[in-house]
Design a binder for this molecule. Structure first.
Ligand code: GUN
Length: 281
């Protein structure tokens, strides 16, 4: 068997075109996203400029707030509060990681849940579990959209999530459960990982370990979603899944790059447009 390759780039393009239509239908309101970038981390700078460019391409107003890594937590909280009250801003994102002297929890909790387009605020996490109008974290929600586009219904399937981060693993399992999958979480302390992953109808690899998942780890015909963003010895981007092996056994698989990656920023745009629509109601 050779797996169907799930083309994240194409799905992202389709979704962005739909978002453009939604933006055009908004009367007297331009969706606005504020991104706060602290310090000089190269990866963070790259992510932030990709987010800004994506906003620009779609007609979303984007405001960049650059701060030195010496900024005091209280100053940062004041800036967040100003953005909370700013009528032109519908989404606020503080790029992580933060300098060690700033509390991530305090910063995330300072953002109004109605503008928390990352979906990291405890209110949004709670609503993801309990239901209600919420923002869902971008990467797992992007994966749910990918499954929907591929017409893969999680209901009744055994989904195995490898990874338990707040940003991907934990919300991923919740979203799959919300669509009636039977969910197993695995992580770095899981004994005999293979026993669990080999039972998965849908396998989500989000551990951040290159080639963690080999053909031996998967069931024939499984759907394999690779969230990994690792580098090989030559600096080439690669995932958590041994793609060349697994694509011969899976029924569908995401490549790296060109799989989950393009969906993450698309879902940030999606949440920002949703937020603007809610504010315009
Ligand atoms: N750093 C790495 N990924 C993310 C993300 O999804 N959101 C924010 N705010 N920071 C990040």
């Amino acid at each position: 068997m050779s797996a169907e390759i799930i083309d994240g780039k194409k799905i992202a393009q389709t979704m962005r075109a739909q978002l453009k239509d939604r933006i055009n239908q908004l009367e007297d309101i331009t969706p606005g996203l504020a991104v706060i970038l602290i310090g000089d981390n190269q990866a963070s700078k790259t992510y932030v400029s990709m987010k800004q460019k994506a906003c620009e391409d779609l007609g979303i107003y984007s405001k960049l707030v650059k701060l030195p890594d010496t900024v005091k937590e209280s100053e940062l909280l004041d800036i967040i509060q100003e953005l909370n009250e700013d009528q032109l801003i519908h989404g606020i994102l503080v790029q992580l990681p933060l300098p060690a002297h700033i509390s991530e929890t305090s910063v995330i909790e300072a953002i109004y849940p109605s503008k928390d387009v990352d979906g990291f605020h405890p209110i949004n996490i709670g609503r993801l579990q309990a239901g209600g109008e919420a923002f869902y974290p971008c990467t797992p929600n992007g994966i749910m959209k990918m499954l929907e586009f591929q017409e893969i219904d999680p209901a009744g399937k055994h989904a195995v999530v490898v990874g338990r981060s707040n940003i991907v693993g934990k919300p991923m399992g919740q979203l799959l459960l919300g669509k009636s999958a039977t969910v197993t979480y695995c992580h770095s302390k899981t004994a005999d990982l293979k026993t669990h992953t080999a039972q998965a109808d849908i396998l989500i690899a989000a551990a951040g370990i290159r080639n963690l998942i080999t053909a031996d780890h998967i069931k024939s015909g499984a759907v394999v979603i690779d969230v990994g963003m690792n580098r090989d010895e030559e600096g080439k981007l690669c995932g958590d899944v041994d793609y060349d092996q697994c694509r011969l056994k899976a029924s569908a698989i995401t490549p790296v790059p060109g799989g989950v990656g393009p969906m993450t920023i698309t879902m940030l745009l999606f949440n920002t447009v949703e937020s603007a629509e809610r504010f315009s109601r």
